[in-house]
Design a binder for this molecule. Structure first.
Ligand SMILES: Cc1ncc(COP(=O)(O)O)c(C=O)c1O
Length: 392
């Protein structure tokens, strides 16, 4: 069935953070929201049907994860990513960010180093700080309009005693989909220094199919590698509000250590709705995802063309994966405070300020492409007018 991604769905007053927190975040509701990483599209029909069906059964009791749910995860990653997972490796947990916290607690001691590659999704910083671990930055390098890892520096960080690497793959916000050779180089460093990798692959399914394909890091590893993978249906099927994700670790000692922080708080994600949504997505959401990726590819091209034609001061560094565009606004010559104010007050669009992604984010803005093209066009027209006004 063809999905109509052009349809605009009212999300105001549904408690949607992206809409209903605008006043709190931007100081006004009068901005087109292109920030928080969820999409304005309806979830796959199969997901909605599974939720309705579950809601129709009027007893919402304690819920277990059935074998069929685990199988849906295993089948999805085997078929779409060529990654073979064993049933015992899977742990159901209430989110990827909680998993970052758990990994920090499990694999680094108080004050010990955890490596991140900024600019990066802000909870990579906060998970380390809130658990009393130490942030070790291995900044991405912007070379010739594209981001690369600084592998030599990464090796030095590992040699200096950092315990864990939080790898963001694909990378939010810069949109890189790491190549196999880059991932192999990371693995080599981890093996040489006993570094544990937590690979956050929540965006694994959101890669523009015309140019790139995602490599699951764990699909390159050997049994004894120190690797944990975090995946989720949240971004893939636009169900992040369900609060359910999956941790995958082949090493039983890693699994035990990772689950300890969850067990300690008795944090069990046994929710009848999230279980139904996850299984329906992974079992039946493939055709919907293929249509979504085609639409997102169109959105990427639309925004990149628009910027090249009308707003050459703004350039997109890379757009390989995630539905987030990382826009270089440095040519506008504004400070971060001015940039934020300009986007909100003059252009009336709500993007995520680059500075919030840590080192290297200054002068950039992150735009969420997960909305209908007409909304993107309106936002870009407003931005174009604001820039013309400012320059004029
Ligand atoms: C890289 C990355 N990890 C994790 C998350 C959020 O994960 P969760 O909602 O499962 O905590 C996001 C959401 O934007 C993300 O971009």
């Amino acid at each position: 069935m063809a999905v109509n991604f052009d349809q605009v769905i009212e999300r105001e007053r549904t408690g949607a953070v992206k809409y209903d927190a605008r006043e709190a975040v931007f100081g006004t509701e009068e901005v087109i929201p292109l920030w928080v990483a969820d999409m304005d599209f309806p979830a796959p029909e199969a997901v909605t049907q599974a939720l309705v069906e579950r809601a129709r059964h009027p007893v919402y009791g304690y819920t277990l994860f059935r074998d069929s749910l685990y199988e849906s995860v295993i089948d999805w990653f085997r078929e779409r990513h060529g990654w073979s997972i064993e049933r015992d490796w899977l742990m159901m947990v209430p989110g990827v960010v909680p998993s970052l916290h758990a990994a920090a607690l499990a694999f680094a001691g108080e004050g010990e180093g955890i490596i991140i590659q900024p600019p990066v999704y802000p909870p990579f910083y906060s998970a380390i700080r809130k658990t009393g671990r130490r942030v070790v930055e291995n900044p991405l390098q912007l070379r010739g309009g594209g981001y690369e890892m600084d592998l030599e520096h990464l090796e030095r960080c590992a040699a200096d005693g950092a315990k864990v690497l939080f790898l963001c793959s694909p990378h939010n916000p810069v949109g890189r989909v790491w190549r196999r050779d880059e991932l192999e180089a990371v693995l080599g460093i981890c093996r040489r220094h006993g570094l544990i990798v937590l690979a956050d692959e929540i965006h694994a399914d959101l890669v523009y199919p015309d140019r790139h394909s995602h490599t699951v890091l764990a699909s390159l590893t050997e049994a004894h590698d120190n690797l944990i993978t975090a995946v989720a249906p949240s971004k893939t099927f636009n169900v992040p509000g369900m609060g359910l994700s999956v941790l995958v670790a082949s090493n039983p000692a890693h699994r035990e250590a990772l689950m300890a922080p969850f067990d300690r708080l008795h944090l069990l994600p046994c929710n009848p709705f999230s279980a139904a949504a996850l299984e329906a997505g992974y079992r039946q959401g493939g055709p919907w995802l293929d249509q979504l990726l085609a639409y997102l590819t169109g959105n990427r091209d639309f925004v990149c063309d628009y910027l090249a034609r009308h707003l050459p001061q703004l350039s997109v560094t890379q757009a390989e994966g995630t539905y987030l565009l990382w826009i270089d606004c440095r040519a506008l010559g504004m400070s971060d405070v001015e940039l934020k104010r300009f986007f909100v007050q003059q252009a009336r669009v709500g993007l995520s300020p680059g500075a919030s992604f840590g080192s290297g984010g200054s002068g950039f803005m992150r735009l969420n492409l997960g909305t209908s093209r007409a909304v993107l066009k309106q936002a870009l027209d407003q931005l174009n007018e604001a820039v013309a006004h400012r320059l004029g």
